[in-house]
Design a protein around this ligand. Structure first.
Ligand code: DOR
Length: 434
C-alpha cells in the first residue's frame, strides 16, 4: 500500500458497471474520495496513476453475509482480521451477522462494532442486529436502538426463528424501520442432529442428514408472512432447487423478497463430504448436483439476486474433530470472488451479472451507498485481474479461519486493488502504480 490518498487516476481498465450497463475501456478519475469522471482518455497532472490495462474496474464488491466473531469469539476472527481478509477478497463493504457473544441484540453492541470498525482503514462494516433477544427466537431484540446505532437489517442467522408469530411481529417492526428481515430458513425439528445433506451420500457414510425440506418449509412460511405483512425479506444462503422454485413463485406474485447464494453451494456438492474433510461441513449443507445446477441457473437469471460468502471462520479445535462434532461453517471471504469468476470463465455467468450479484444487487438489498461507478458516487472500487491464477493455500489466508474446502484449488481471477472512499485498503503485487 503506497498511497492512502483520496485522488487517483485509474487508466485504461475495462469499466463494468451494472448500475448503468456500461462495459467499456475507459479512464476513471477519483478526487476527494469520490468518482469525478469517466472518459475514454483523462489527463490530470499531479495525481497518482493506477495502470489498469487488461483489468476490470468495477463498483466495490459488497458481502452482505459475514461472521466476524467480535465481540466474544476473537480467537476465531476479529473485526480487524475480518476486514483485512475482506479487503483482500475485493470487498469494500460487509454486513456482519449478530451471532457474537454477547449477541448483537442491543444498541450498545451495534455501537461497539461500528466504532471498532471505524478505527480500521478497511472496508465499511454494517452490523445486522439480531431479530430476537439472545437469538433465542422468543422476545424481540432492541430493534430501534440497533437501527439508531447503524444496524442495516435484522437476522437471527445461525438460528431460525421457529415461532411464526414472533417472525410475523419482527417483520412488522422491520417494516416500520424500513429495513429488511434477513432470514436463515431452517426447521430445527427437521434438521435436528443432522450434519450433511440427507440423501445418497449421508446414507452411504452413515451420517445423519438434513433434508432439503428443512429449508424449503421455512422459505415457504416466510414468503407467506412477507405477503401478509408487506415486509421486505431477504433469504440467506439458498441451497436447494425447491427453495429456488419457491422464490420464483413469490417474485412472480410480487412478494417483496430478495435472496442470496453462497459460493460453496455454487461450487460443491455433498460428494465433497466423502473425504470426511470437516471444512465441507456447513449449514445449510452442500446438496446435490441437481441443486447446484438450479442455483447457478437462478443466479444467472437474476432469480437469485446476490452472492454472499457466509464467511464463517472457526478455529482448528472446532474443526479438527469427528465430522458429527465439527462446527458448521466455511471461511469464505477470500475465495468468494475466485469461485464466482470460475463460473464466468466456464461461461455460466456474464462478467456483468457476476459483478451485479456481488456489488450492485447487495447495495440495493441493504440500501447501502455504492454498487455504482456513476460520477458523484463514493469511490468504492474493486480492480480485478480476471486472468490471474492463484492457488488456495489456507496458511496464506489473512482470515484467522483456515477452514476452507477449496485448499489446493487453482482459481483464475483476483482482486488486485480494493478502494474504499478513495483509500486503497488492499493492493496485490500484480498491480502497478506510477
Ligand atoms: O455454516 C454456518 N455457519 N451456517 C450458519 O448459518 C452460521 C455459521 C456460523 O456462524 O458459523
Amino acid at each position: 500500500m503506497t498511497n492512502m490518498g483520496k485522488d487517483w487516476l485509474i487508466k485504461g481498465g475495462t469499466i463494468i458497471d451494472p448500475s448503468t450497463g456500461a462495459q467499456e475501456v475507459a479512464d476513471l478519475l477519483v478526487e476527494g474520495g469520490r468518482i469525478t469522471g469517466i472518459a475514454p482518455s483523462i489527463t490530470k497532472e499531479g495525481i497518482p496513476v493506477i495502470e489498469a490495462r487488461g483489468l476490470w474496474v468495477v463498483p466495490g464488491l459488497i458481502d452482505i453475509h459475514v461472521h466476524f466473531r467480535d465481540p466474544g469469539y476473537e480467537y476465531k476472527e476479529t473485526i480487524e482480521t475480518g476486514l483485512a481478509a475482506a479487503a483482500a477478497g475485493g470487498f469494500t463493504q460487509v454486513c456482519c451477522m449478530a451471532n457474537t457473544l454477547p449477541v448483537n441484540d442491543t444498541g450498545a453492541i451495534t455501537f461497539y462494532m461500528v466504532e471498532k470498525a471505524k478505527k480500521v482503514e478497511g472496508p465499511l462494516l454494517h452490523p445486522v442486529g439480531a431479530i430476537t433477544k439472545g437469538q433465542k427466537g422468543e422476545g424481540l431484540a432492541e430493534i430501534g436502538d440497533m437501527v439508531d446505532q447503524g444496524a442495516v437489517a435484522i437476522s437471527d442467522d445461525g438460528n431460525p426463528v421457529m415461532n411464526s408469530e414472533v417472525m410475523r411481529r419482527a417483520m412488522e417492526y422491520a417494516s416500520h424501520f424500513g429495513i429488511p428481515v434477513v432470514d436463515h430458513c431452517e426447521d430445527k425439528n427437521l434438521s435436528a442432529g443432522g450434519s450433511i445433506h440427507e440423501g445418497e451420500v449421508s446414507a452411504r457414510l452413515g451420517i445423519k442428514g438434513i433434508p432439503a425440506a428443512s429449508e424449503e418449509v421455512m422459505v415457504a412460511r416466510d414468503l407467506c408472512l412477507a405477503r401478509q405483512t408487506g415486509t421486505h425479506i431477504h433469504i440467506q444462503h439458498l441451497s436447494s432447487r425447491g427453495s429456488v422454485e419457491l422464490i420464483k413463485w413469490a417474485k412472480e406474485l410480487g412478494i417483496h423478497v430478495t435472496c442470496e447464494v453462497a459460493p460453496h453451494h455454487l461450487a460443491l456438492t455433498h460428494n465433497a463430504v466423502e473425504s470426511y474433510d470437516t471444512s465441507t461441513k456447513v449449514n445449510p449443507p452442500l446438496r446435490t448436483e441437481e441443486d447446484r445446477q438450479a442455483l447457478i441457473e437462478a443466479l444467472a437469471q437474476g432469480i437469485i439476486d446476490c452472492v454472499a460468502s457466509d464467511h464463517a471462520p472457526h478455529s482448528l479445535k472446532e474443526k479438527d474433530v469427528e465430522y458429527d462434532l465439527a462446527a458448521f461453517g466455511i471461511s469464505g471471504v477470500e475465495t468468494a470472488l475466485g469461485i464466482v469468476l470460475k463460473l464466468v470463465h466456464e461461461g455460466r455467468l456474464t462478467p456483468m451479472r457476476a459483478i451485479e450479484a456481488m456489488s450492485t444487487s447487495p447495495a440495493r438489498v441493504m440500501k447501502l451507498e455504492g454498487g455504482s461507478l456513476k460520477v458523484g458516487q463514493p469511490a468504492h472500487i474493486t480492480i480485478i485481474d480476471p486472468e490471474k491464477t492463484w492457488l488456495v493455500e489456507p496458511e496464506k489466508m489473512i482470515s484467522k479461519g483456515k477452514n476452507t474446502p477449496f485448499t489446493g484449488w487453482e482459481l483464475k481471477g483476483k482482486a488486485v486493488v480494493t478502494m474504499v472512499e478513495g483509500k486503497v485498503v488492499w493492493r496485490d503485487k500484480a498491480s502497478s502504480e506510477e
